[in-house]
Design a protein around this ligand. Structure first.
Ligand code: AVJ
Length: 320
C-alpha cells in the first residue's frame, strides 16, 4: 500500500486560512491526493461530528464514556487529588466532567487552537464546577505549550480522549506525545483514549453509517474547500469511501471521483480520473502491544489500561 505523507503547515506561522490553503494545495498536488483530517472541523464539520457520536454504529464515544463513568474510584486512587487537568482539544461536554468529578483536581486547563470552542468549553465547565479554577489556553498543542503561571508548580494530568491520537501516523503521534510530555512537565500523568482493532464489519459500519452522516462529514471537507478557498470541486460527483487498511491497522476515509472531473482551488487546476480518491482521514486502531509501544515511543510509561464492557475501546493511564 502506498501512503501519502503531508508536511503540516505551522498554524501559528501565517494564520489558519493560509495554512488551510497551503495544506490543500500541497495535498491535492500529490500523486495520492490527500488533505489532513484536522480541516474537517469548521462549524458545520464540528456539528456533523457531534451527530456522528450519536449514531448507533459509532461506538467509540459511548464506549469511552462507559469507562470514564465506571472507573472513577480507580482514577482517584491512581491519579490522586490536586492535579491540574490539561485537556488537549476543547473539552467535550460529557467526558471531561466524568473525569473531574472522579479525581478532585486543582485546576482545569483546556488547550485548543479554536478560540470560540475553547471559550465555550471553559464557560461550560466553570458553570458545572463553580469552585474549580479554569485557565483556557488558545494554542497549537502539537508543539510545546507554555501553561499559565497559576498551575506552574501543580502536578499535571494530561487528558486526550476520543482516540484522536489515532488520526496521526505513528511518527507524528510519537512527536505529539513527546510535546505533551514537555508541556506537562515533571511528574505528569496522561489519560489517553485509544480505539481497538475489531471486526472489519464493525469498523466499516462505524465509518460508513446507514444514515449517511459520516458521508456528509467527509463531503463537507470538499464543500469547505469550495467555500473558503474559492474552489469549484463538483461535490455531487464525489462519494464517501471508508476502507480498512490491514497493513497499518487503520480505517481510511477517502472521497472518490465517480467520473473524470476537473476543478480549480485558489486558481490552481486539478483533475481526478474516475475512481481516483482524495485521502481525507486515517483512524488507527490499536492492540494492547501497539498502544503501549506508541506511548513508550512518545516517552510515556503505561500504568493501567481499562476497556469498556464490550472490549471495543481502551483508556490508558501513563506516567512521564
Ligand atoms: C474524533 C478523530 C477520533 O477517527 O473516529 C469519526 C473522527 N471520523 N468518524 C475518529 C471521525 C469519522 C474520529 N476522531
Amino acid at each position: 500500500t502506498k501512503t501519502a505523507s503531508i508536511r503540516l503547515v505551522d498554524l501559528d506561522e501565517d494564520g489558519v486560512d493560509r495554512a488551510f490553503r497551503a495544506d490543500v494545495l500541497a495535498g491535492l498536488s500529490q500523486q495520492q491526493k490527500a488533505v489532513p483530517a484536522r480541516w474537517f472541523y469548521d462549524d458545520a464539520g464540528s456539528q456533523l461530528f457531534e451527530d456522528i457520536t450519536k449514531l448507533p454504529e459509532y461506538y467509540p464515544t459511548r464506549a469511552e464514556k462507559q469507562i470514564l463513568s465506571s472507573r472513577g474510584e480507580e482514577f482517584a486512587k491512581l491519579i490522586g487529588p490536586g492535579r491540574a487537568v490539561v485537556e488537549f482539544g476543547s473539552g467535550s461536554s460529557v467526558k471531561t466532567p466524568l473525569l473531574l468529578e472522579a479525581i478532585d483536581p486543582a485546576a482545569y486547563v483546556p488547550l485548543d487552537i479554536a478560540g470560540d470552542f475553547l471559550r465555550a468549553a471553559a464557560a461550560d465547565l466553570s458553570a458545572k464546577f463553580p469552585g474549580l479554577p479554569v485557565h483556557p489556553v488558545e494554542a497549537d498543542f502539537t508543539k510545546r505549550v507554555v501553561l499559565p503561571p497559576e498551575v506552574r508548580d501543580t502536578p499535571k494530568l494530561g487528558f486526550f480522549p476520543g482516540s484522536t491520537i489515532g488520526n496521526m501516523v505513528p511518527w507524528t503521534a510519537a512527536d505529539l506525545l513527546r510535546s505533551m510530555r514537555e508541556t506537562l512537565g515533571e511528574g505528569a500523568m496522561l489519560l489517553i483514549g485509544m480505539d481497538l482493532v475489531k471486526s472489519k464489519d464493525m469498523l466499516i459500519a462505524a465509518y460508513d453509517d446507514a444514515a449517511g452522516v459520516t458521508a456528509e462529514f467527509n463531503l463537507n471537507l470538499a464543500r469547505r474547500i469550495n467555500r473558503e478557498l474559492d474552489g469549484s470541486i463538483p461535490v455531487e460527483k464525489l462519494r464517501h469511501k471508508a476502507v480498512w487498511n490491514d497493513v497499518f491497522s487503520r480505517i481510511e476515509m477517502h472521497l472518490e471521483a465517480m467520473e473524470d472531473i476537473a476543478f480549480t482551488v485558489s486558481g490552481r487546476r486539478f483533475a481526478m480520473a474516475k475512481g481516483e480518491t482524495i485521502h481525507t482521514e486515517n483512524s488507527h486502531k490499536f492492540r494492547r502491544r501497539s498502544g503501549n509501544l506508541l506511548l513508550q515511543a512518545g516517552g510515556w510509561t503505561p500504568v493501567k489500561r481499562w476497556l469498556d464492557k464490550q472490549r471495543r475501546f481502551s483508556l490508558i493511564l501513563a506516567e512521564a
